[in-house]
Design a protein around this ligand. Sequence first.
Ligand code: AQP
Length: 351
Amino acid sequence: MAEAVQTLHPGHAKFTPRVFSGIQPSGGLTLGNYLGALKRFAEMQGRMETIYCLVDLHAITDKWQDPERLRQQTREAAAGFMAAGIDPASSILFNQSQVAAHAELAWIFNCVARMGWMNRMTQWKDKTAGKNAENSSLGLFAYPALMAADILVYHATHVPVGEDQKQHVELTRDIAAKFNHDYKQDFFPLTEPVIEGTATRVMSLRDGSKKMSKSDPSDQSRINLTDDADTIASKFRKARTDAELLPDTPEGLKDRPEARNLVNIFAALADRTVEEVLADYAGKGFGTFKPALAELAVEKLSPISAEMTRLMSDPAEIDRILGQGADKAAAIAQPILDRTFDIVGMLRSRR
Ligand code: AQP
């Protein structure tokens, strides 16, 4: 992270270093969300201003969500954030739909972004692959413009994300640059994606070519943060692997995606490098490695799961925290949105 701060784009000098990131409450949180996002969100806390968001407006882009379930998933995700170490006294934590500035700025960005840019987004292509794209929601197509608004409505300079979201952060930079160019202003920062660590892309336990995802139809493909110890052990035991022994260097994992995934998960959970993990397990088979991985995962995830259960026993308190976070977020976003409308030429006479 310190390195990322030093490599700030020169245009950032006038912007307060500020982190924004979010997760869709479109299902239960996974080990991928934890290692690729939450764990890193917690590590960034205290180093600079941090704003974290449950992006519930995004969660309805892909498929219909049962309204009561969506509210529950949003509370559960908030509990997951806090259980993973995000302290609402140090970070701003809220759900997106409570701050209207996100949707308002997204409209402006819908008019800045080009259809061709959206057409090139791999998430759009992946989520519509094999389906009738004509039948997908307009919201799914415009998802990256809303994500750009989420980030830029706070003039965020850094966005910690997993590898899969890199392209969307690059598009955010394109939108900021086009806006700045079209209106001859140096108004929006060119935000940096922060993609670090050994688990920037945690893969499915059933298929090493697919990322672990909360919406994968197979529950066996992922570890949920709420899984109990037996379920975690059983999912790792059944995880797809090959018959070879573990190599002594990372290069030996090159053409072994499933093995590489499990070693990466181990390294990220243990806060060790892949080389260090292989130094311990080279020459050993999965009969030895999988139980050790399961034990480590249970050790790291059980306290998170227990804390989530405790927090979920008081949903009113979660709602209060999210409401308070939304007030703090709106206080930062509103002046930036107002200035954007001024720049674009919207008549504002109510102030
Ligand atoms: N498998 C993963 N490995 C590493 N990072 C991951 N992230 C998600 N999956 C992995 C990171 O988690 C953050 C929040 O992602 P999201 O929930 O907003 O959307 P997503 O990337 O589309 O995650 P899912 O689990 O696949 O959700 P669904 O199934 O609803 O689409 C991001 O920083 C992401 O990189």
